[in-house]
Design a protein around this ligand. Structure first.
Ligand SMILES: [Fe+2]
Ligand SMILES: [Fe+2]
Length: 169
């Protein structure tokens, strides 16, 4: 049985994952309007993944009989200084999501809610991956941003990413 405190933290996390999806979609739009379709694709896929994270928490709450509440999500920034700024903000955002997940794990631990800590283990591992890939992309964009042919190849590379729902299950 889940307490209302942990359920409400998870409801807030659902909204945070949905906000992340909106944020990444705004990043995708920024690259789309600059004809960097490959990078735009990367963020579009990232956005879809975030929605799956929200769904995963929704399903967990349903499984444990927690009350599910769909909360408001605010408008994400749509303006960015340049490509590096976008990637840096993506990394910053992942770090804030990690802190948020850790907070729920801590609260669940304090309550002896081992079902939730076990459930959140997937997200802890996911955040390690997310921060690692976001950080790698910050390094890469720094390498290529002032070189049009390198940027072209980088865009091609990120255009290869495909959404794989099975990886998020
Ligand atoms: Fe996420
Ligand atoms: Fe994420």
């Amino acid at each position: 049985m889940i307490t209302s405190k942990i359920a409400s933290l998870l409801n807030e996390q659902i909204a945070k994952e949905q906000y992340a999806a909106q944020y990444y979609l705004a990043m995708s739009a920024w690259f789309t309007s600059r004809d960097l379709e490959g990078i735009a694709n990367y963020f579009r896929v990232q956005s879809k993944e975030e929605l799956m994270h929200a769904d995963k928490m929704f399903d967990y709450l349903a499984d444990v009989g927690g009350e599910i509440k769909i909360l408001a999500i605010s408008q994400p920034p749509n303006e960015f200084i340049d490509a590096l700024d976008v990637f840096e903000k993506a990394l910053e955002h992942e770090k804030s999501v990690t802190r948020s997940i850790f907070n729920i794990v801590k609260a669940a631990n304090d309550e002896g809610d081992f079902a939730t800590t076990s459930f959140l283990q997937w997200f802890i591992n996911e955040q390690v991956e997310e921060e690692s890939s976001a950080s790698l992309l910050v390094s890469k964009i720094k390498m290529v941003r002032d070189n049009p042919s390198a940027l072209y190849l980088f865009d091609q590379e990120l255009g290869q990413r495909v959404f794989n729902p099975a990886a998020e299950a």
